[in-house]
Design a protein around this ligand. Sequence first.
Ligand SMILES: [Zn+2]
Ligand SMILES: [Zn+2]
Ligand SMILES: [Zn+2]
Length: 270
Amino acid sequence: MRLNILGSGTSNGVPSIGCDCPVCRSADFRDQRMRASLYVMGAGGERLVIDTGPEFRLQAIRAGITRLDAVFLTHPHADHLHGLDDIRALTWESPIPVYGNEHTIAELKERFSYIFRQTQPGGGKPHIFPETVTGTLHIGRLTVTPIPVKHGVLDILGWKIAEEGAPGAAVYLTDTNAIPALSLGLINRPEILIIGALRAEPHPTHFSFDEALETAAGIQARRVYLTHLAHNNYHTAIEKYCLTFRKKRGLTGIFMGPAYDGLELELTPS
Ligand SMILES: [Zn+2]
Ligand SMILES: [Zn+2]
Ligand SMILES: [Zn+2]
């Protein structure tokens, strides 16, 4: 299974409109962060996307996405959902499921009501069937498990993906600031953890760097990538931050660092 970080930025994206801070003006391509999303490629040809943010079209072209089996949504905030219309190019031949929790699916049906209404012939619409997820799903040889987490007062989902024959699992948890004990049990020492961490300073609905790294250390993830990053820090500064954290905590044999757009990760079959 391969993973492609389609976007690693917070809701504004980086650079942010109207901002001339040093990070927004950085020449390092890793400081240009589109809205957070993940593309999953199974060894058996399975193709999934977690979240469809406003830059989905650009991200899909850049990652070479030509087909999709399903979309998984974490929650219905604009930066995670409003690129959904652009999946229509990937659903001409057959409709695909879009999975989320009850609140997310209800919001999707409201905001994209035109998809479910009769409209004039000739207008293109995504061919989807929204599904409220109730438990673990199987897509080919991939097992996808919803992980309930808190995003402020909102109940949202992270997703755990395991592949038959591959060691460990990949877990994607964005936009969270608290993980219930039951969900920590479901996560269970992932090989790869992609976790939202806005910035060094605390935030009421997102983990800070320290909070995300502490959580990652607690669940004993082996490779940790911070995502949903704001414009407060350069990529290189976040790398240093992670290194300092690991040294301070005496964590050896694991990786911790910032994600960036286009980063590819691999879980190889054993
Ligand atoms: Zn977000
Ligand atoms: Zn800025
Ligand atoms: Zn959010």
